[in-house]
Design a protein around this ligand. Structure first.
Ligand code: UTP
Length: 292
């Protein structure tokens, strides 16, 4: 069954990105000139999703405004004859009714945030995108996942290798058989100690999940950090539905971390036709002569 619905959990507090996230949501932080959430929504759109479900929380109204018309701004651009800017502003706006908002009343964890979308998603496979992960790739990462899902069915998550001493920061999988870029998932552990981690293959913030996950999320069991973890519910899918990790093509940036965010801005800036050349020159000038 085609993946039509995309869930964006955006109710987190973003404490690692303070003070930037004191008054604006982490997902509104820009990489070059576009907020993180817009990268994620555009990626879901490119993968064929038709409904965009935001699980928000208090202090997140800027996200809703971003996906709405800004009448004063649009009228001003029109009056000033800034047609190109006006068209660019409207081009990526989802169609009326395509965006749905629900609130996670308490930040009880990522698994709980996804559970908040249950009634809106219903009984069909769906995508989850964490906007603080962005991927620079030829084919949008979620599109790679949905293509794999068309072949395997069940659940497919994007995975990448991480340094062993960092396994305690990620959801790590126990790998089974390998078929090209697909690895069968035999088990999952959230933030395992490097000494006991079953591999160094980590799940990143892109998932295609089957509806079989809902009863396990409903149990609301607390896991690592006292939070209701998505990884724990996914671990229960093992053996019940086909479940694969996809080594995606592309480079992922964790924008929830200061350095990951800075790196993303440099990488996306360098990758763009309008900013790439001048930015390379700026970086060259900033580097101490010895490092050049
Ligand atoms: P993070 O683990 O990055 O948490 O959540 P956070 O609160 O956003 O940031 P820090 O750790 O305090 O800096 C990963 C994703 O899950 C969402 C976040 O919004 C983010 O997109 N999330 C997390 C929720 O929606 N609800 C939660 O209860 C927890």
């Amino acid at each position: 069954m085609k993946v039509r619905k995309a869930v964006f959990p955006v109710a987190g507090l973003g404490t690692r990105s303070l003070p930037a996230t004191k008054a604006i949501p982490k997902e509104m932080l820009p990489v070059v000139d576009k907020p993180l959430i817009q990268y994620a929504v555009e990626e879901a759109k490119a993968a064929g999703c038709e409904q965009f479900i935001f699980v928000t929380g208090r202090g997140k109204t800027a996200l809703e405004d971003h996906f709405d018309h800004a009448y004063e701004l649009e009228a001003t651009l029109e009056r000033r004859g800034k047609t190109r800017e006006l068209e660019a502003l409207k081009a990526w706006l989802p169609r009326e009714g395509q965006v749905v908002y629900t609130r996670q009343q308490e930040p009880l964890g990522l698994g709980h945030a996804v559970l908040c979308a249950r009634d809106i998603v219903g009984d069909e496979p769906f995508a989850v995108l964490l906007p603080d992960d962005i991927v620079l790739s030829k084919t949008p990462c979620l599109q790679q996942l949905t293509a794999a899902h068309d072949r395997t069915g069940g659940s497919v998550v994007a995975v990448m290798d991480v340094p062993r001493d960092q396994t305690n920061r990620y959801g790590i999988l126990q790998p089974g058989g390998v078929d090209g870029s697909l690895t069968e998932i035999l088990g999952l552990v959230e933030k395992p100690d490097p000494a006991v981690a079953p591999s160094t293959l980590s799940i990143i913030g892109r998932y295609v999940l089957s509806a079989e996950i809902w009863p396990f999320l409903e149990e609301r069991k607390k896991g690592a950090g006292g939070e209701i973890q998505l990884t724990d519910a996914m671990a229960r899918l093992v053996g019940r539905v086909p479940f694969h990790g996809l080594r995606f093509e592309g480079r992922r940036f964790d924008c929830g971390e200061r350095l990951g965010f800075l790196e993303a801005n440099v990488a996306f800036g360098l990758s763009r036709a309008d900013t790439g050349g001048p930015l390379a020159g700026i970086i060259q000038n900033l580097l101490p002569k010895a490092a050049q």
